[in-house]
Design a protein around this ligand. Structure first.
Ligand SMILES: Cc1cc2nc3c(=O)[nH]c(=O)nc-3n(C[C@H](O)[C@H](O)[C@H](O)COP(=O)(O)O)c2cc1C
Length: 143
């Protein structure tokens, strides 16, 4: 995690671990988190087959809790994992996967217009019939 309050140098270093197109989301946000999976279960040492699932759940719960507190989260897969590993000395067996930009949506002023527009636009979600199947893959569940 890097806070903007940690100083420009630390903040710039963290920004450089994002794909260029994603840096704009994080440039003015107070907090940037790199989220990592841990490949082995701590007790048994067996591979954690749910590692990415676990990280997704953790990120989602963080996002919901933040939203409840009036704070926004923008999740991003567009990072440079090996750069994160090098800079923050992430050990083997731990995989940097995503970044979370944590900040305040109302402070989007100054953002490129296309991103402000994207953020303000109504969300279109895939229909439930295209998502939830029953019996056979592709067969919409009857509700
Ligand atoms: C795992 C994950 C990775 C994402 N990666 C990126 C990304 O690299 N860059 C980006 O701009 N948006 C990315 N997004 C999308 C945004 O986080 C966000 O979900 C999207 O702008 C839609 O906003 P909404 O969730 O409020 O509908 C990603 C979302 C998820 C869940």
């Amino acid at each position: 995690m890097v806070r903007k309050a940690d100083g420009k140098k630390d903040h710039d270093t963290a920004l450089s671990c994002l794909l260029e197109a994603n840096q704009v989301w994080a440039a003015n946000a107070p907090v940037l988190v790199f989220a990592c999976t841990v490949e082995a279960l701590s007790k048994s040492g067996e591979p954690n087959k749910a590692a990415e699932h676990d990280l997704g759940i953790a990120a989602a719960n963080l996002t919901f809790e933040a939203q409840m507190r009036g704070i926004s989260v923008h999740q991003m897969i567009g990072i440079l994992p090996e750069k994160v590993r090098d800079i923050y000395q992430v050990p083997d067996g731990v995989q940097p996967l995503t970044a979370l930009v944590i900040g305040y949506a109302e402070k989007l002023a100054g953002f490129p217009a296309h991103l402000q527009e994207r953020d303000a636009s109504p969300r279109q979600r895939r229909e439930l019939e295209e998502t939830l199947f029953s019996g056979t893959w592709g067969e919409p569940a009857s509700f």
